[in-house]
Ligand binder design. Structure first.
Ligand SMILES: [Zn+2]
Length: 277
């Protein structure tokens, strides 16, 4: 069942859990995430990130995400992740996406605020919610050699949320995108303060590779959406490697299916933590 970002985050608030939000740049990822969510009977968010255009173009994979959401037995939001321009968001809306994240986090505060306002007014009247980012969580998906994180100031967050009218905020509190090279040190008290002051659902980016205990504390402090991809994808790659070491595989679809099964298992264990199952 296709639902929008506001509706799915309301379910998270009712259950005091975080909704798993998975990047799904290809069909195997979509199938893996939907299968895990249906098995556990939990709502879930499928995401296409602008940075994954090289894997699948928006007009190719977008309809797949929306259709998978419509036919799923659980509530599913089809969400655009890390959009950096309005045109990309317009294209997503035309395809039926029900959530968008505008990422102006690398811009100066005022510019991020003005652009985010434009996104909120663009989406107004559509069956779609808006997430925005304040502070910076480098590196970007796929990026390298970025400077360290810029933590979100709670009072700036209050002003930003009030002025823009967004539905969810992604603050920066020590997570990073991609595979962690050392154990992340998270400022979860900052999450609690920002949630209390903004009264908005908060989003964790760089959710792969965080300890179960940090997830639990983060959720009880106000995280309602956790973005997760790198470790799921890594599990798929590992399964393919193992299969190729064991046998001589001719058909690519056998590799794709092995990856899908492994990603489903990985997504399921992440969901068990996010939903407290
Ligand atoms: Zn992100």
């Amino acid at each position: 069942m296709l639902v929008n970002l506001v509706e799915i985050l309301k379910l998270a608030e009712e259950r005091k859990c975080a909704i798993g939000a998975f990047n799904t740049p290809n069909l195997e990822c979509v199938n893996a995430v939907i299968a895990a969510a249906e098995k556990l009977n939990v709502p879930v968010i499928l995401m296409h990130a602008q940075i994954h255009e090289s894997a699948s173009g928006l007009e190719q994979i977008g309809p797949v995400l929306v259709q998978a959401a419509k036919t799923a037995k659980v509530p599913v939001c089809a969400h655009l992740d890390h959009c950096e321009d309005l045109d990309y968001i317009k294209r997503g809306l035309a395809l039926g996406f029900t959530g968008v994240m505008y990422d102006g986090s690398t811009l100066p505060f005022e510019e991020n605020l003005e652009n985010t306002k434009k996104v909120v007014s663009l989406v107004k009247g559509e069956n779609c919610g808006v997430e925005a980012e304040l502070g910076a969580m480098p590196p970007r998906e796929g990026g390298e050699n970025a400077p360290g994180p810029v933590y979100t100031e709670p009072d700036e967050a209050v002003l930003f949320c009030r002025e823009t009218g967004i539905d969810a905020l992604a603050p920066s509190f020590g997570t990073a995108h991609g595979i962690y090279k050392s154990k992340p040190v998270l400022d979860l008290e900052r999450v609690r303060i920002i949630a209390e002051k903004t009264k908005l659902p908060l989003v964790m980016h760089g959710g792969s590779g965080v300890s179960p205990e940090d997830y639990r504390v983060g959720i009880s402090n106000g995280l309602r959406k956790i973005n997760y991809y790198s470790y799921m994808s890594k599990a798929g790659t590992k399964a393919v490697k193992e299969l190729l070491e064991k046998q001589d595989v001719t058909y690519f679809h056998d590799l794709a299916l092995a990856a899908e099964k492994a990603m489903e298992a990985n997504a399921e264990s992440a969901m068990r933590i996010f939903y407290g199952l």
